[in-house]
Write a protein that binds this ligand. Structure first.
Ligand code: FMN
Length: 221
C-alpha cells in the first residue's frame, strides 16, 4: 500500500492524460479496484461493475471511436466555449480552455497508448451518485501508485458501438458511467487550479458569504 498522505492525493489527483505505454501490473490493478469498491453507494447496493481493458485489440477498436467522439464534443457541447476562445484567445477562460483542448486532443490522438482503461457501469443509480465516489476512489488509489488517470464520458456519443465491442449485456440495466484511461505519466504532478472555495460556497442562505476566504491551496506539498 502507498504511504502518500491523503492531502497530497486529494490535491494532486487531476486529469493526467500524457502517459507512457508501460503496463500496470496486476497487483497494482488489484489495489486500485479494492480501494474503489470500498466507496459508498445508496443503501450499500453496490450496483456497479468495472471492466478493465488492457487487450490491445479491444483498445485499438475503441481508439478511432474515441477520436470521432472528441471531434463531436468540440462541435457540439463545447462549440460556444471554443468560439469564445477563438474570439479572445488571451482571456483567462480562453487560456484554460485551450489547455484542456490540447490535452484532450493528445488523449484522442494517442488513445492506443493507455495500457489500461477502466470502464464503470451502474445499475439502479438514477442520479449517478452511487458510481462516481467509487470511480474517484479508483483515481485517488491510482494516484497513490504514481498512475495518472482521467474521467472521460465522451464515448457516450457512440455508446451503442462501444457497448457491443465490450460485450455489455443489453438487458441487465447496466448504464455506462465513464471510461478512465490510466497510465504512468510522462510529466509531473501539480495542484489542480480551481476557483477558490469562498467564491463557490455560501453559508446558511444562498449568496451569503462563507465567513472565511481561502486565497490559495491550503496544501502546498
Ligand atoms: C464527468 C466528467 C466527464 C469528463 N469527460 C472527459 C472526456 O470525455 N475527455 C477528456 O479528455 N476529459 C474529460 N473529463 C476531464 C476534465 O476535462 C478534467 O477533469 C477537467 O478539465 C479538470 O482537469 P484538471 O483536474 O487537470 O485541472 C471529464 C471530467 C468529468 C468530471
Amino acid at each position: 500500500m502507498s504511504d502518500m498522505t491523503l492531502d497530497e492525493a486529494l490535491y494532486t489527483t487531476r486529469a493526467m492524460r500524457r502517459v507512457r505505454p508501460d503496463p500496470i501490473p496486476d497487483d497494482v490493478q488489484a489495489r486500485i479496484l479494492d480501494a474503489a469498491i470500498r466507496a459508498p453507494s445508496g443503501g450499500n447496493t453496490q450496483g456497479w461493475r468495472f471492466l478493465l481493458v488492457d487487450d490491445p485489440g479491444v483498445r485499438g477498436r475503441l481508439a478511432p471511436i474515441y477520436r470521432d467522439c472528441i471531434d463531436m464534443l468540440w462541435k457540439t457541447i463545447y462549440a460556444d466555449r471554443i468560439s469564445a476562445m477563438e474570439a479572445d484567445p488571451d482571456a483567462p477562460d480562453s487560456i484554460e480552455m485551450a489547455k484542456v483542448q490540447r490535452s484532450a486532443n493528445w488523449m484522442a490522438k494517442n488513445f492506443e497508448v493507455y495500457p489500461l482503461l477502466l470502464f464503470a457501469f451502474a445499475q439502479g443509480d438514477p442520479t449517478g451518485g452511487s458510481i462516481f465516489p467509487a470511480v474517484w476512489s479508483a483515481m485517488l488509489a491510482a494516484r497513490a501508485e504514481g498512475i495518472g488517470s482521467t474521467i472521460t464520458s465522451v464515448l457516450m456519443f457512440r455508446l451503442e458501438e462501444v457497448l457491443k465491442i465490450l460485450e455489455v449485456p443489453p438487458d441487465e440495466g447496466w448504464v455506462f458511467a465513464c471510461c478512465v484511461p490510466m497510465g504512468y505519466p510522462t510529466g509531473r504532478w501539480g495542484v489542480a487550479r480551481r476557483r477558490p472555495a469562498h467564491e463557490v460556497a455560501f453559508r446558511n442562505r444562498w449568496g451569503d458569504p462563507l465567513g472565511f476566504e481561502v486565497p490559495g491551496p491550503l496544501w502546498k506539498g
